[in-house]
Design a protein around this ligand. Sequence first.
Ligand code: NAP
Length: 483
Amino acid sequence: MKLKSKTNSIFIDGKWHDTEGQKTDIVYNPATLEPITEVAYGGKTETEEAIAAATRAFKTWSGMTGRERSRILYKAHELMLEDADRLGEILTTEQGKPLKEAVGEVKGAANFLLWYAEEASRTYGEWIPSSIKSKRLLVIPQPVGVVGAITPWNFPSSMITRKIAPALAAGCTVVLKPAPETPLSAIEIVKILEKAGMPNGVVNLVTGDAEAIGNTMLENKAVRLMTFTGSTAVGKYLMRESANHVKKLSLELGGHAPIVVFDDADIDKAVSLALASKFRNNGQTCICANRVYVHESIKGAFNEKLTEKAGQLKIGDGIEEGVKLGPLINRQAMEKVQKHLDDAVSNGAEVVCGGDKWQGRMNGYFYQPTVLSNVTDDMLVMNEETFGPLMPVQSFSDEDAVIEKANDTDYGLAAYIFTETTSRAVRVSEKLDYGIVGVNDVFPAVAEAPFGGIKQSGVGKEGGYHGMDEFLEMKYVSMGIDS
Ligand code: NAP
């Protein structure tokens, strides 16, 4: 993919800032480690300008009807779908995931634009029956105001539309800071919104110094909501700092998802979905399986099939046909996988498949799909988010005991169970302390459903009509009338 040596990446009040002569940041292809382009390294000044533009634009944008706002979102959805193949290629080039997954992500990202285009005209209020005859009580949903949005690199397209589509539909204006590894997908989304007719200042983009941009958003009273997807550590920081102006918060943070395969599961289905959960995006997914518990009566058959199939996954540059595992995003990601593996092995785990870096033709951070057995509860991989292609498998015999193990974590994003018994599916789903439970399903993230974690995996929901509520305040109007 050929791009210009410098790409304008700061968009404020409807204008792209020229990157020439400015401080820049290099964007690399994680498969080849070759530079793709350079983008602007903005900070406090640009963020302040962006917040000021968003504040001005809020007056008109929030005053438009939901139907008027939805027309722009419908158009953006259409433009994004038309361009999905090219956008997927950009995404793979900067992030590394296989092209098919990247195009799938772009289409999923477009779905958020469609869903919230539909929701824009459905922000219903309430008329509450009063206990006093001479009063009428109304509840009016109104947009929160200017939103500061910060997104990660692992889903550089869908994590953005999952935030900005409901924000825009609700009537909020946005200042967006994408991850430095993946600014190009963010730039493309902003260009699509521009082309769809988004008025100046409604969406603003600032790439650059995370701390300076984040702190400027936190310090500015005009920013009424911080919406963040990323690590729990940064989420906690934003939560603490948001206290100064009592900002609203929506946080989608880390996870440590268990997969529980019961003795009545369809083993082939469980194997293929467990692999898809663990190795999609090379294990760099907040809801991907971090630990697998298999009933001891089926562990032989399950492990054999799992190991065979994991070993067949093709590794390489995501742009190549048939590749299932691209590179990890950077050196630190690779080191974390190695650290978890070394810790497990030194404490008695057995490597049944993979277990090393992948020495391909490319320079990128490739790691073999790895399956571990003989794992114990105290190992790092069983407690920390690995964010890489490492799959520890343990066996269990008792339903209550495995639920207790599955819940024994500070995280609470997603958990999965495999069973063909309806009663068990319902009973266990109710007992799992997670925001999302997949029953014979590992792909729960869709535009129409509320996605989000509990405990240290976050606060708030993204997706569904619940996702819109994050961007609305319920104003209560109490009216005295002549009765
Ligand atoms: P991260 O290090 O927390 O970074 C996420 C974003 O926050 C980046 O844009 C980063 O920019 C920015 N950031 C870092 N420090 C900041 C600060 N002090 N102020 C403002 N912004 C700051 O997370 P990551 O490694 O990119 O993403 C992986 C994490 O995201 C995993 O834990 C994963 O589980 C989680 N995640 C959760 C969900 C969900 O829906 N729950 C979805 C996807 C990912 P810089 O890189 O420039 O510092």
